[in-house]
Ligand binder design. Structure first.
Ligand SMILES: [Mg+2]
Length: 409
């Protein structure tokens, strides 16, 4: 049976969400989407890079990822606002909640995009897409593009056509007319290096890659990438929409403590435990070449009750410090909030960290936040890490080598 796949993508997500938040707080304020504006950098010092921009800013040549200074040269009146990930996560949650009403086979691929498998779920795809767009626009205040096709690749390509607030189809029979004339670099999964290499060899459009001898593409790009590019250029993709239940696979590590953690010794014990557990889980993710977008903490109390809390990251990662930061926040709330464990006079006897929402990263485009962090990391000195490392080994010295083990969520 032919599949029916929707790809739903929020238009300039961070910028739109910042704009909507401002309007909610003050309905008379300027709508950032209607003027040259951008998210990113340090607003005060005007350093850093652009992480999102409005369509008017884009028309003036402002590009995502470029230094704020450069963007301001192109567009001196550019309005800059800081990132606000708390707001972004909340809007993302509401966006997904609406989509869930249309199909339970939903795969969220990043903070602002998801696939829906609509096979057998609607008689009129265009009407369904229209309804989704209208509901998101009227109920949440921002716009999305919907791409419709028979597979994920083509649905994703379609949602990237003209923006904002548009539905596009890209059925296999439409590929020659709608996709082949596009430049090769716009083929999803074709990185800038591959695109440049292919262009040098005269393959400048997706159509040229589709017509090329697959063995030639494999020679140039390697077997895996060459096959991928040839299939994709021909609109072939068999990857299923992985609903949450199917990718329930998760990585976790946990530790049963020799003495319970209480409010009194929390600060002394918990941070180093979370650091070590994050290292373990992140190490296993990295070893398997996967990244996780959902971090959870697991606690067993002195009374043997199990509690978990989880949070979604703006982009999938296997960076131990990112996982640790999320785990620390979750754990602190679980322990110290008004309805938390310590308020209920509980103690903590087991601590775990789990990572789910896995992404094999094969053709993943690096999240900007992560990219920024990588740049920062390179510029940071190792001194801090050394100190941390010494602390990490402390716990194993104290509790023994086997103290940290794989969890079984
Ligand atoms: Mg988007």
């Amino acid at each position: 049976m032919k599949r029916l796949i929707f790809h739903i993508d929020v238009n300039s997500a961070f910028l739109s969400w910042s704009a909507v938040k401002r309007l909610q707080e003050d309905p008379s304020c300027l709508d950032l989407r209607t003027v040259p504006s951008a998210v990113g950098g340090d607003i005060r010092t005007r350093h850093g890079v652009i992480t999102a921009k409005s369509i008017p800013a884009s028309r003036m040549g402002v590009r995502t990822g470029e230094p704020v200074v450069k963007a301001l040269q192109k567009c001196p009146g550019l309005i800059l606002v800081p990132s606000d990930f708390i707001t972004y996560r909340e809007f993302s949650r509401r966006f997904i909640k609406i989509l869930e009403e249309y199909s339970e086979v939903l795969e969220q691929v990043s903070i602002d995009e998801a696939y829906l498998d609509m096979t057998g779920r609607c008689a009129d795809p265009l009407a369904a897409a229209e309804e989704i767009r209208t509901r998101i626009r009227t109920q949440l205040g921002f716009t999305v593009n919907v791409g419709i096709s028979e597979n994920k690749l083509l649905a994703k390509m379609a949602s990237d056509f003209e923006k904002p607030d548009k539905t596009h189809t890209l059925y296999p029979e439409e590929v020659p007319a709608k996709m082949w004339p596009l430049p090769i670099r716009s083929l999803y999964g074709c990185g800038p290096r591959s695109a440049e290499r292919l262009s040098q060899l005269g393959i400048t459009t997706i159509g040229a890659a589709a017509a090329a001898d697959p063995r030639f593409l494999q020679d140039v790009l390697g077997d895996k990438a060459g096959t991928y590019i040839h299939n994709s250029a021909n609109g072939i993709s068999t990857s299923p929409v992985r609903a949450e239940e199917e990718k329930a696979k998760s990585y976790s590590n946990e530790i049963t403590l020799p003495e319970d953690i209480t409010a009194a010794n929390y600060e002394q014990m918990m941070p180093q435990i979370l650091t070590r557990l994050s290292d373990k889980v992140a190490g296993r993710l990295a070893k398997d070449g996967v990244r996780s977008s959902t971090v959870s903490v697991i606690v067993k109390t002195g009374g043997f009750r199990r509690h978990t809390r989880q949070t979604m990251l703006p982009s999938a990662t296997n960076d131990p410090r990112t996982i640790e930061k999320a785990a620390r926040e979750l754990m602190y709330r679980l322990a110290f909030s008004e309805d938390g464990l310590f308020a209920a006079d509980e103690t903590i006897r087991l601590v775990g960290i789990g990572c789910s929402g896995l992404d094999d990263g094969q053709f993943r485009q690096m999240g900007l936040e992560e990219w920024l962090r990588d740049i920062e990391k390179i510029s940071q000195k190792t001194e801090k890490n050394k100190k941390l490392d010494a602390m990490l080994h402390d716990i194993e010295r104290k509790y023994g080598k086997g103290a940290l083990r794989k969890g079984d969520l």
